[in-house]
Write a protein that binds this ligand. Structure first.
Ligand code: NAD
Length: 421
């Protein structure tokens, strides 16, 4: 394989490393494999961002990467994060391709990112960055072309500004340009909860695989943003015992079970978990070594690494964040007998309800919450069964099986479309 310096980064190399291993195992056609290692289109922009103080103008970098356009529009979140770079966005776009294929929605993978710390921004600054970034990528996105969504550091409000900016440019309202927007603008009910809830729908099946009773199973959730919060709430609703949650300020731990809704209310009012009264406050990194049955990494990438995977006591790791486990930690956990439900399966509930939202926007016909959540559950649990069946048939772990399912579907589509011209 020729080197691809444009994308060189730890995350891209991990995504390609995983892909190469599974492509070899599957005996994937070399021409198709090489095409899938690199994204089809990458847009890099830089733009001026004026701070509220009117004196400082910073040059900001932004990215939109579309990995695969073979089967429909591309789909993927936009993250605002200090460390984001082209390689990271390219890796995340590739994982989105496998993810959409695993749950069988008619998209290819994309991802976007703006290198900025959203926690330092005022609301007005956040809005300016969002609108300017949207203008910078306006020609590469579109409801039939590439549809963004929220990710790390972005939320429903950011999606509303994106939708407004795009609509102002086109001259009429275009709700289908983005998913994860507020319901008042054509957002789907249950999208906000979809990723965390979808993940927890898999708990009974995953628990069965390791002979664990999901009722009363103890759960620690790393990250208490969109994914972590709703995973914790869904876990509690499903009678698991959520004993710890964390955010960037630290972790709260109560071995008797946390009142997750109260912790969420605390964060709404105080921004961070720090100071939450009804639990012990521990270091955010200590959450990985807690004596729990289920660990849900749902914050950022590379948190389970060679230096802490040995501390993990959980029998089940259900990955809410993208790429929370390094290749080294993945091997170590598997050797310890930990059952890992991989990110591209476990967090696919977000893109599944995003797909529902896009369908509803295009058809201008909206579904009830019961219908939406029922269909989400059906798609997630079926995807788990499909992946688990491949894992047993091929005698491989769940991550490898999920990649086989995703790559197989995409490769089949590529081969029947052929090469143009
Ligand atoms: P978010 O911004 O809503 O929440 C992130 C959480 O992680 C917060 O609690 C934050 O305090 C914590 N955090 C941030 N930086 C941290 C750090 N350096 N150390 C420890 N904790 C840190 O983001 P989100 O939308 O919940 O996304 C979380 C992860 O899930 C990301 O990997 C994202 O790509 C993935 N994901 C999100 C969705 C979605 O629908 N939002 C879907 C699929 C996957």
């Amino acid at each position: 394989m020729e080197s691809r310096p444009e994308f060189d980064s730890q995350m891209y190399n991990e995504a390609v490393g995983q892909f190469n291993r599974v492509a070899a195992l599957m005996g994937l056609d070399d021409n198709v494999a090489d095409r899938l290692r690199v994204p089809q289109k990458s847009t890099v922009v830089s733009f001026p961002f004026r701070h509220d103080n009117y004196t400082e103008v910073e040059t900001i970098f932004g990215y939109r990467v579309q990995h695969l356009t073979t089967m429909g529009p591309t789909k993927g979140g936009i993250r605002f994060d200090t460390d984001v770079d082209l390689g990271e966005v390219a890796a995340l776009a590739m994982w989105m391709t496998w993810k959409t294929a695993i749950v069988g929605v008619p998209f290819g993978g994309a991802k976007g990112g703006v290198r900025i710390n959203p926690m330092n921004l005022s609301r007005a600054e956040l809005q300016r960055v969002t609108r300017r970034f949207t203008m910078e990528i306006i020609n590469v996105i579109g409801p039939d072309k590439d549809i963004p969504a929220p990710d790390l550091g972005t939320n429903e409000q950011v999606m509303a500004w994106l939708m407004d900016t795009y609509s102002q440019h086109i001259g009429h309202a275009v709700p289908a340009i983005v998913t994860g927007k507020p319901p008042a603008l054509g957002g789907s009910v249950a999208r906000r909860e979809a990723t965390g809830r979808g993940l927890m729908f898999l708990l009974p099946q995953a628990a069965q695989a390791v002979d664990l009773n999901p009722d009363g199973a103890t759960v620690a959730v790393h990250g208490f943003g969109n994914v972590g919060r709703y995973a914790a709430i869904a876990g509690k609703d499903m009678k698991a015992k959520v004993v710890a949650v964390s955010d960037i300020s630290g972790a709260v731990y109560n071995p008797d079970g946390l009142d997750v809704e109260a912790a969420a209310k605390w964060v709404d009012e105080n921004r961070f978990l720090e100071g939450y009264p009804d639990a012990d406050f521990i270091d955010e990194a200590d959450i990985f070594g807690l004596d729990v049955d289920v660990l849900v990494p749902a914050a950022i990438q590379n948190v389970l690494r060679g230096d802490n995977a040995g501390d993990v006591k959980a029998k089940l790791v259900i990955e809410g964040a993208n790429n929370p486990t390094t290749l080294e930690a993945d091997d170590m956990l598997r050797e310890k007998g930990v059952f890992i439900v991989p990110d591209i399966l476990a967090n696919a509930g977000g893109v599944t309800v995003s797909y529902f939202e896009w369908v509803q926007d295009v058809q201008k016909y909206f579904w009830s919450e019961n219908e939406t959540v029922g269909r989400l559950r059906e798609i997630m649990t079926r995807a788990f069964d499909d992946v688990h069946a491949i894992a047993r048939l091929e005698n491989v772990d769940m991550r490898t099986a999920a990649l086989i399912k995703g790559i197989r579907r995409v490769a089949d589509a590529k081969l029947v479309r052929g090469v143009f011209p």
